[in-house]
Write a protein that binds this ligand. Structure first.
Ligand SMILES: Cc1cc2nc3c(=O)[nH]c(=O)nc-3n(C[C@H](O)[C@H](O)[C@H](O)COP(=O)(O)OP(=O)(O)OC[C@H]3O[C@@H](n4cnc5c(N)ncnc54)[C@H](O)[C@@H]3O)c2cc1C
Length: 223
């Protein structure tokens, strides 16, 4: 597993390492939006795609008002994920439909959960600054924040799970599970003195399991 995890980021479907823009990755999307907003209609749910002579017709519903409209165009570029394309009423050719369905089967169900820790135990106790720990537990990975180094609190991705064995219901159950039950937790402080605060809007505290082992440095595997 160690060899595979060390090479994980080099896979062809992985984004090459890039700098993080100030404000987080969606700052890129927001910057594009500021320049192109006159071409963009938000809250427009496409409900049907039809071929129309040499062009196409798109039927869409304004999700705010419920109003249904159609647009005709020479070409339509569809960028919704393949599993979603099949759920939109369409008259794609049987060959294209088959390709869409085959592609849709490749998407694995995935779960990512995050929580806010009351202190940055991965930095203070383990000397970890950003990056990812791989584990052999169900949580698979722990991600550490790349910003706010030596700050007071921090938000971690406490579990990132993807598997074709996971059904959607299992994914949803995982996503709803308190993260503190599953993540490796702080090592040197007794768990009950420094519980991570769940970032679920409830203000609830959860106690991490005392027997959990410490986090590893990026690239190392935790057992
Ligand atoms: C849990 C999880 C964790 C992930 N983690 C990472 C990660 O850490 N790093 C990484 O690089 N990738 C990650 N990915 C993958 C990444 O999110 C996707 O590869 C990427 O977002 C795909 O971009 P996209 O534009 O193809 O689709 P999307 O980002 O899904 O965009 C599709 C858009 O189509 C819209 N849409 C859907 N149906 C309709 C409709 N009928 N009409 C109009 N619009 C519609 C949706 O609202 C959405 O805005 C993760 C994915 C998941 C699910």
């Amino acid at each position: 597993m160690l060899r595979w995890t060390m090479l994980f980021g080099e896979g062809y479907e992985q984004q090459a390492t890039i700098m993080e823009p100030t404000g987080g990755m969606d700052a890129v999307a927001h910057a594009f939006y500021r320049r192109t907003r006159r071409f963009i209609t938000l809250d427009a749910q496409v409900t049907a795609l039809r071929r129309l002579g040499s062009g196409a017709r798109v039927t869409w519903r304004d999700r705010a008002t419920g109003r249904v409209s159609t647009w005709d165009a020479d070409h339509v570029i569809v960028t919704v994920p393949l599993p979603v394309v099949s759920s939109i009423d369409n008259d794609l050719s049987p060959k294209v439909k088959a390709a869409v369905e085959a592609g849709a089967r490749v998407y694995p169900p995935a779960v990512k959960t995050a929580f806010q820790a009351q202190r940055r135990w991965w930095e203070q106790d383990h000397g970890i600054y950003g990056g990812i720990s791989w584990t052999t537990r169900d949580i698979t990975q722990v991600w550490y924040p790349s910003a706010g180094i030596h700050g007071r609190k921090g938000i971690l991705v406490g579990a990132y799970i993807w598997s074709h064995d996971l059904g959607r219901s299992v994914s949803v159950a995982w996503a709803n599970m308190p993260c503190a039950r599953t993540h490796p937790g702080p090592r040197r402080r007794p768990a009950h003195r420094d519980p991570p605060r769940l970032n679920r809007g409830t203000g609830a505290y959860a106690r991490p399991e005392r027997h959990l082992k410490p986090a590893t440095k990026a690239g190392q595997v935790m057992r």
